[in-house]
Ligand binder design. Structure first.
Ligand SMILES: NC(=O)c1ccc[n+]([C@@H]2O[C@H](COP(=O)([O-])OP(=O)(O)OC[C@H]3O[C@@H](n4cnc5c(N)ncnc54)[C@H](OP(=O)(O)O)[C@@H]3O)[C@@H](O)[C@H]2O)c1
Length: 227
């Protein structure tokens, strides 16, 4: 049985993705901030993970290692947007957002890598908001100056994904690294007007995560997306 770790399965895309993987017969390790989860399913191990807390990250990674399972897929889904409707960069919110979306995510990933299978897939749920090229095509309602801390965090996360892919390539390690835009999804973060249901996003991410794409790329619905 293949094992997948998904961070942030309390709600939204993470919850839908965990449900999809369970339905497909995977062994799931899911994380929530308080280590609790409201789905009544077998085949899932829930661990506590607060990405802004280095001790929580180490505790969670050590618990994963103590399960003595080789991980086939790691989906770094957990993330936050502290910006609300900000257009001016708020430094406290930037610190807070980088701590979760970039530093905590990278710290957790680095600690999980030794537990990963030789041929495995690390997926970062990034965002179109982190694409530099997309800044030239953003409509008025999502102006280039909205959510600056969130945009910066996802852009930086993309660079982490690329450097990691390059490192595995240099070391001749057969791990695949991908950044994925999930679409505009109807969740607490995406809001009620988002056209894509979490289950639809989860279906796409699942199909992508179990594939073996070229490493070090940014993707949306199975197609390459501009960085
Ligand atoms: N929805 C969209 O339109 C959209 C678009 C592009 C990218 N994304 C990305 O997709 C991913 C999932 O987003 P979503 O829409 O499903 O959002 P969501 O419904 O708000 O869920 C976010 C998940 O991340 C967890 N999380 C937040 N901060 C955390 C922290 N400090 N430590 C550990 N876990 C934390 C949340 O846990 P709690 O329940 O405890 O808060 C929750 O499980 C995020 O990375 C987001 O940036 C979403």
């Amino acid at each position: 049985m293949k094992t997948v770790i998904i961070t942030g399965i309390s709600k939204g895309i993470g919850r839908a993705l965990a449900t999809k993987f369970i339905g497909e017969g995977y062994d799931i390790i899911g994380t929530t901030r308080d280590g609790k989860y409201d789905i009544d399913k077998t085949g899932i191990t829930i661990l506590g993970l607060e990405l802004s807390d280095p001790q929580s990250i180490s505790r969670c990674a050590n618990l994963v290692k103590s399960l003595d399972k080789k991980i086939d897929i790691l989906v770094n889904n957990a993330g936050g947007n502290a910006d609300d409707e900000e257009t001016v960069l708020n430094i406290d919110k930037l610190r807070q957002t980088l701590e979760v979306n970039l530093i905590g995510t990278a710290d957790f990933t680095e600690q999980i890598i030794p537990a990963m299978n030789e041929k495995s897939h690390i997926v970062f749920i990034s965002s179109q908001a982190g694409s530099l090229q997309e800044m030239d095509h953003i409509s008025d309602s999502h102006s280039p100056y909205h959510y600056p801390a969130y945009k910066i965090s996802k852009c930086a996360l993309n660079m982490y994904a690329r450097t990691l892919a390059a490192r595995f390539d240099k070391d001749k390690q057969d791990l695949t690294v991908s950044a994925v835009h999930p679409g505009w999804v109807r969740t607490d973060m995406g809001g009620d007007e988002a056209p894509t249901l979490p289950e639809e996003a989860a279906e796409n991410i699942y199909n992508f995560a179990i594939s073996r794409p070229v490493s070090g790329k940014f993707w949306f619905n199975g197609r390459e997306f501009p960085w």
